[in-house]
Design a protein around this ligand. Structure first.
Ligand code: GLV
Ligand code: GLV
Length: 323
């Protein structure tokens, strides 16, 4: 009989149809992600699963699902996976790199510009009928072109943000990363390497694009925000937990930085209540990769990882190929 898989979240009908050509598909089409116990129950008898960032694949789940061979995440980030535990259990992990790089970099810029130029705050004002007169200082924000763009985390998406800033907006681009780019890549991105302290002190706009890990947990907290310019904007398109959201809400309220744009949150889909009450923050529901074309490409790559591995023993974008 055909291999059985779980598709743990709603997905494009054409991707479901493609998967059904190869597998017995159990599809969780509910609005909410499966709670851990239900996820374990639905994985019984399954060799593969298609997940998003919402399903935690850890040692306890793996021990309870001994038949599982592959989990394909429809995301580039995979902090919902305990990769060493998956490797130890002989379970292949895959993600969806590359297909979302430029789309996500576009959104980084959308959020940066909406934040710096106060697009959302001013729209709420207009909709609320508060616009009576043009005024010289009405929603006067921070300059984007020609300013200094700081990037923390210089993977593919960070490089995409850097190129847009350097080549599209004439920005001075500085970055900090665990490892420095080659001189060739730095030139291509128009970006210069600086220490984290220099990045915080010099950036007019700071964009976070680093993966979440124990090491990057609260990489931006009260102490780091205190080192930023009071006129600076902060943009997080990486992961919740990289920013200390409570500290950020306080800093925004007290004017330690000018504004923030956040696509990801600690404990999302919950959002820290203090962030909901400060005006100088733009909040979006984890949509940086959300164009129709890119989400379809991500779903297709996740499906192709399942099909390739379970039919030919070959995944396209494995995270732990040595498993
Ligand atoms: C989305 O956050 C992703 O990791 O693809
Ligand atoms: C991962 O973080 C990437 O930039 O592709």
């Amino acid at each position: 009989s055909r291999p059985a898989i779980l598709v743990a979240r709603p997905v494009f009908p054409e991707i479901l149809a493609l998967l059904r050509e190869h597998f017995e598909v159990d599809h969780h089409d509910g609005a909410d992600a499966l709670p851990p116990a239900e996820l374990v129950a639905r994985l019984q008898g399954k060799v593969g699963a298609l997940t998003t960032g919402s399903e935690r694949i850890d040692a306890a789940l793996l021990a309870a699902c001994p038949g599982l061979k592959i989990v394909a995440n429809m995301a580039v980030g995979f902090n919902n996976f305990d990769v060493p535990a998956m490797t130890a259990h002989g379970v292949l992990a895959t993600n969806t790199p590359d297909v979302l790089t430029e789309t996500t970099a576009d959104f980084g810029f959308a959020l940066l510009m909406a934040t710096a130029r106060r697009v959302c705050e001013s729209e709420h004002y207009l909709r609320a009928g508060q616009w009576k007169q043009w005024r010289y200082d009405l929603f006067a924000g921070a300059e984007v072109h020609g300013s200094t763009l700081g990037i923390l985390g210089m993977g593919r998406i960070g490089q995409g943000v850097a190129k847009r800033g350097a080549h599209g907006f004439g920005m001075k681009v500085i970055y900090h990363n665990r490892s420095r780019l080659s001189p060739e890549l730095e030139a291509e991105c128009g970006a210069s390497y600086v220490s984290k302290a220099e990045l915080l002190a010099q950036a007019d706009h700071l964009v976070l694009v680093l993966p979440y890990s124990a090491e990057s947990h609260h990489a931006i907290g009260a102490a780091e925000i205190a080192q930023m310019k009071p006129t600076a904007t902060l943009v997080n398109i990486a992961r919740g937990g990289i920013v200390d959201d409570a500290a950020l809400a306080l800093a925004l309220r007290e004017g330690h930085i000018a504004a923030a744009g956040l696509d990801v949150f600690e404990g999302e889909p919950r959002v820290h209540p203090d962030l909901l009450t400060v005006p100088n923050v733009v909040l979006t529901p984890h949509i940086a990769s959300a164009t129709v074309k890119t989400r379809l490409a991500m779903a297709r790559l996740a499906a192709d990882n399942l099909i390739g591995f379970l039919t030919r023993g070959q995944a396209l974008t494995p995270i732990n190929p040595q498993h």
